[in-house]
Design a protein around this ligand. Sequence first.
Ligand code: FES
Length: 187
Amino acid sequence: MTNENENHSKDEQPDRRQFIKGASCVIGAAIGAVPMAAGVRVVLSPLVDKEAAEGGAMIRLGDLGDLETGVPMKFAIVADKSDKWTRYKDVPVGAVYLVKQKEGTENPVVAFNTVCPHLGCFVDYRKEKQDFFCPCHDSNFALNGKLKNGVSPRGMDTLTVELRNTTEVWVKFQRFKANSKNKIAIS
Ligand code: FES
């Protein structure tokens, strides 16, 4: 009887050992997955935020019918942003001027980032002078974005525009390197 029990118990041991080993692996993997998942989130979340807030996503700004030919209209760009602790809704992240072109023009709407390519001040539209003007160091630009006078190293930065469903104006919002002769996208 005793021998039989002992034999039975010996036969079960490898199974039990295997079960314990398997269980340890599962528990170890589960514990290991926690920091790994946290690491992935830390790495990915700035990219996701960056794309949502800044990074080149197409944004619908309005309708062709909202714009007057030759008159710049300013549109604020807002987006949700979040840091480690808080999520902020509808934070202003920039602005765009849309200028509707004359009928028959190849690009019916031209878009400019409102940031001055010199050192990043905001450029104003001056109705009375029919130009764009940067008050920080007195650069001014024609309504087609070309530099007229001043220290800016280039004209205003144009943005990609798409007309969808015939009249919807969509713009790819991007930022560009300041104080560089070349237009280099940084977001
Ligand atoms: S920041 Fe606009 S001219 Fe200097």
